[in-house]
Design a protein around this ligand. Structure first.
Ligand code: ADP
Ligand code: ZN
Length: 748
């Protein structure tokens, strides 16, 4: 049936659905999910069709102007997902749409890359000798045209004009002249921009799996067979236990049922090696695997998206937003490293891709697998309550022992050295031992820079960022102070600007200092640093990894960049310079993050023949997350952490919503936050826990004063709705911004 009216949401934020009339001439081309251009106020705007209607009650209804693009861009299940996200994450639908559809698709301005193809003219029906005659005729008057015509007359199929011209070293003008004479034809054709076009992938086949892998895979196969009542599968397997092999065979099983699959990996793990493992396994079909990541050009993104939308690609591998890949007949979604906080988007819509994956799977009736060596507390809790099913891999495939974890008490080191230790005696001995044996070491510190603050030993003033309430970090390579939050940089003062005395001292240390200390300690060793400062170019990252793999680097110092998913068989020692950094953040997940970090970093040690050793330097050797990580005791850790969360009404027992109110004007931010708390109190009832408006731990960021309001409760959909209703009714001063974060991960 042809729609008479449609309901749309407009790309601009107006929080409302609008009805439009569909002219008969356009009706055939419109359905739910189409993109249209509509008149809006006195302009025109782009919009997405969310419903087709026979009637509309709306007044002053106007006809749409045009249909944008060919097929509907968004399927009904994805539209349902968008509506769920809008309600759950307390966020307007049009904002959700912005994440769901890449801009290049929403705007439909960039199309296929068009190329001119050339071929002999079809209008002239000539045999071989006739072409020769034409060529001879030209030879005298226009020898270059003759030469080009000769090349063109030999073409069996059209080829890109540019390619041909390059081959014969002739120019466009010559070609145009031939076209004008009616001897050659030009035709525009769409070509695909494939970022992996010139790479070859070695085909691989299924490995024979061990008993634990077989059980895990059979759970996926069951879920594929009866997706209506399948529960999400949490695959808990230590690093190197063969999770990826299970993903690969799970995808194969989905394809055999004629269904497609999405693999989500953290952006940092989306390396050429990862892509190669998937492309290699499904190498029989050239286009089967599409890759979505943030480094694609707009044109490449357009082409990958259409490759998926048209059904040519059946497997999508990508970071967070690949959860919205427009695959049809979705059979399986895999979320690797499901505990990774980078799955949470920190701007609106503030969604968590793992949770969105679980909901999409439910809507599309497909299987979903969440994999991790250190599952999030939320997912593990869901597995213990039976909401998810649990599959466990306890052994490394190579039957390698878990590395030995040694805790170094920095309090004792301090007594010995009278200064904060960077390298304890034990750790430096262990490094020396590895250098001797020609084995490699990774040193990990989650903090960039040389010194983390510049203090005055006379008056005690620290050099703080003028825009943010944090100390400036000293970076030696640029010999300046820099703010890690807003990027502000400043020269290093000679004297204390507060008291005028020449008494400035550097305190605290980052990766840069670790690098130089280690280099001083071990002058013969090759030391490299890998963090956001030293790896500003993508190539630098690759080069460093390659030389490390090739054994040209003895000691690699770095931030979380080196903590995740990298495989180096010759690394037998990992040193965690300071395990306490995360523990002291005002964040209820601090313990969980420390536990995960220690476990993940430890997974880097001893992947080859030699077992690994991990040194954990800490001032709090008895904190539970350090002790449980040391004994590789997941169950014990989860148990005690869950008890803590339950006692304090934190996730996974209660959902949280964090509201941030900010303004360049401190008083107005505070007042607005307090007013908001009062209104929330009136509207929420007693079912929910409502905190006071408090200055955020990070009071000032980029020149804005920030206040927090934390809400908690079980019925998150209801809580979200009540928050939205309260906010909609409350007028805030123009310079006050309010953001709502459901299931927040950033509590600073
Ligand atoms: P994870 O994803 O859990 O870290 P991987 O799937 O990457 O583990 O497996 C680690 C290594 O073991 C890989 O080199 C992989 O090819 C290999 N592997 C996985 N499963 C098997 C198996 N059943 N038999 C032999 N090798 C395997
Ligand atoms: Zn700053």
């Amino acid at each position: 049936m042809k729609p008479a009216y449609i309901r749309v949401i407009i790309d601009r934020a107006i929080h409302r659905e609008l009805d439009y009339l569909v002219p008969d001439s356009l009706a055939e081309r419109i359905s739910v999910g189409s993109r249209v251009r509509v008149p809006f106020r006195d302009k025109s705007a782009l919009a997405t069709v969310v419903a087709t209607l026979e009637q509309s009650e709306a007044e002053g209804i106007r006809p749409i102007e045009a249909v944008v693009g060919e097929a509907p861009v968004i399927s009904e299940p994805l539209l349902e997902l968008a509506k769920w996200m809008s309600a759950y994450y307390c966020c307007p639908l049009e904002t959700v749409m912005r994440s769901l559809l890449p801009q290049v698709i929403r705007r439909a301005e960039i199309g296929w890359k068009k190329q001119l193809f050339v071929q002999p003219s079809h209008k002239i029906d000539k045999s071989e000798p006739d072409w020769q005659k034409e060529i001879e005729k030209l030879r005298k008057r226009a020898p270059r045209q003759a030469e080009l015509l000769e090349a063109i007359s030999q073409l069996k199929t059209p080829i890109p004009a540019a390619t041909l011209l390059r081959k014969v070293s002739l120019d466009n003008q010559t070609l145009r002249a031939l076209v004008k004479r009616g001897l050659a034809e030009l035709r525009e054709e769409a070509v695909e921009r494939d970022p992996h076009a010139d790479e070859q992938f070695v085909a691989t086949t299924n490995l024979e799996m061990n008993a634990e892998q077989v059980i895990a895979l059979s759970k996926i196969e069951e879920a594929l067979a009866s997706p209506e009542n399948a529960r999400p599968i949490l695959l808990h397997g230590v690093t190197g236990s063969g999770k990826t092999e299970i993903y690969l065979q799970g995808i194969r099983a989905a394809l055999e049922r004629g269904r497609s699959a999405i693999v989500l990996v953290p952006e940092i793990s989306l390396t050429p090696q990862t892509v190669e493992r998937f492309k290699g396994r499904f190498a029989e079909a050239q286009d089967a695997v599409a890759v979505l990541h943030s480094h694609l050009s707009e044109g490449e993104r357009h082409d990958e998206w259409h490759k998926i939308h048209s059904g040519r690609a059946q497997i999508v591998i990508g970071a967070r937003s690949a959860v919205f890949a427009p695959l049809k007949n979705l059979g399986l979604i895999i979320v690797d490293e499901e505990h990774e906080t980078t799955y949470k988007q920190e701007e609106a819509p503030r969604y968590h891709a793992r949770d969105v994956a679980v909901v999409r799977a439910k809507i599309e009736k497909c299987a979903v697998v969440l994999g991790s060596a250190t599952p999030s507390l939320e997912s593990y809790h869901n597995a213990t309550t039976g909401k998810y099913q649990l599959a466990t891999l306890t052994q490394r495939v190579d039957e390698q022992q878990m590395p030995l974890m040694r805790i170094v008490d920095l309090r004792q080191e301090r007594r010995k050295q009278k200064a904060a230790a960077i390298l304890s005696e034990k750790l430096s001995q262990a490094i020396a031992d590895r250098l001797e044996k020609r084995e490699q070491t990774i040193l990990f510190l989650n903090r960039r820079g040389f010194s983390t603050s510049l203090l005055c030993s006379n008056c005690g003033e620290a050099r703080n960022c003028p825009n943010c309430s944090v100390a400036l970090t000293f970076h030696r390579h640029m010999a300046r102070l820099s703010c890690h939050l807003c990027g502000h940089t400043a020269a290093v003062p000679k004297k204390c600007p507060a008291c005028g005395r020449d008494a400035l001292i550097y305190a605290g240390f980052g990766t840069e200092k670790v690098e130089s200390t280690v280099a001083q300690f071990f002058p013969k060793a090759t030391v490299r640093r890998m963090d956001a400062d030293s790896m500003t170019r993508k190539q630098a990252y690759r080069d460093t990894l390659l030389s490390f793999r090739a054994g040209k680097i003895d000691i690699l110092v770095g931030t979380q960049m080196i903590a995740k998913g990298l495989h180096f068989p010759n690394v037998t020692l990992v040193g965690i310079i300071n395990a306490d950094l995360a523990l002291h953040l005002p964040d209820f997940r601090a313990g969980e993050r420390t536990f995960q970090l220690l476990t993940q970093v430890a997974g880097r040690a001893g992947r080859g023949e030699t077992p690994g050793e991990v040194f954990v330097q800490t001032y709090t050797p008895f904190s539970p997350s350090i002790q449980f990580a040391r004994h590789h005791d997941f169950a014990g850790y989860f148990q005690q952490e869950l008890e803590f969360r339950e006692r304090c009404d934190f996730p996974p027992f209660k959902h949280a919503i964090l509201i941030t109110v900010r303004s360049a004007h401190e008083g107005r931010a505070k007042l607005s936050a307090e007013t908001l708390v009062r209104r929330l109190k009136e509207n929420l009832g007693t079912e929910f826990i409502l905190g006071d408006a408090t200055p955020a731990p990070l009071e000032k960021l980029q020149g804005q004063f920030r206040f927090h309001i934390l809400l908690r409760g079980e019925a998150i959909m209801r809580l979200s709705r009540l928050v939205r209703e309260t906010l909609d009714k409350l007028p805030f001063p123009e310079d006050v911004t309010v953001t709502v974060d459901v299931d927040p991960y950033q509590l600073l």
